[in-house]
Design a protein around this ligand. Structure first.
Ligand code: 5GP
Length: 178
């Protein structure tokens, strides 16, 4: 069992990079089918999405574009429950097929607020692709059309996800050790 220490916490490897790659490919294949003949705009939510959106896009065979937005709602391993838009969208999404790409949907508050804001610009369609989903933690109704992994209520790091700024570079995913 592979364990690492980040700041004050120990983490145990839970999802190896090969399994992540296989699941990301599956999500991409579904998007390839669902958006055939369209040109979706992937809207990555920084910072956590960067590895996922990169690997996802490499597996897309349809025409697609990418842009990024940034929200901040998280401090350490406890959500603050407040969601603030930090960096906005520069291009028009009116009439576009938008796929919001997120690292993890936890309470769903970030995605709820994001969809509410984006819907005001009248996109042709709006869907969420999230690498991880914690169904037991959802506090608001959010439809995550594409999720690579449904996971239990545990804090994870790696593959773009951090613990207080560290751990994003890990190719595998780790669960916090209770
Ligand atoms: P939500 O608004 O759905 O509660 O929170 C979503 C954001 O919280 C994610 O984009 C991510 O930044 C952070 N988050 C939620 N759960 C985890 C987790 O287990 N690990 C890490 N590193 N971040 C998380």
């Amino acid at each position: 069992m592979s364990t690492i220490k980040i700041h004050d916490k120990e983490f145990v490897k839970s999802i190896p990079s090969e399994e992540i790659a296989a699941r990301v490919k599956e999500v991409a294949e579904r998007i390839n089918r669902d958006y055939a003949g369209k040109r979706p705009l992937l809207l990555g939510v920084l910072n956590g999405c960067f590895m996922f959106v990169s690997d996802l896009m490499k597996n897309l065979e349809i025409e697609c574009e990418i842009s990024f937005v940034k929200f901040s709602s998280y401090q350490g391993s406890e959500t603050t429950g407040t969601v603030n838009q930090v960096m906005g969208l520069n291009e028009s999404i009116t009439g576009r097929d938008v796929i919001v790409v997120e690292d993890i949907v936890d309470t769903g508050l970030t995605m709820h607020k994001m969809l509410e804001t984006l819907a005001q610009s009248n996109p042709a369609s709006l869907a969420i692709a999230s690498l991880f989903l914690k169904p037991a933690r959802l506090r608001v109704p959010v439809e995550v059309k594409y999720s690579a992994f449904e996971i239990p209520d545990r804090f994870i790091v790696g593959y773009g996800l951090d613990y207080d700024g560290l751990g994003r570079n890990l190719p595998d995913v780790y669960d916090v050790k209770e």
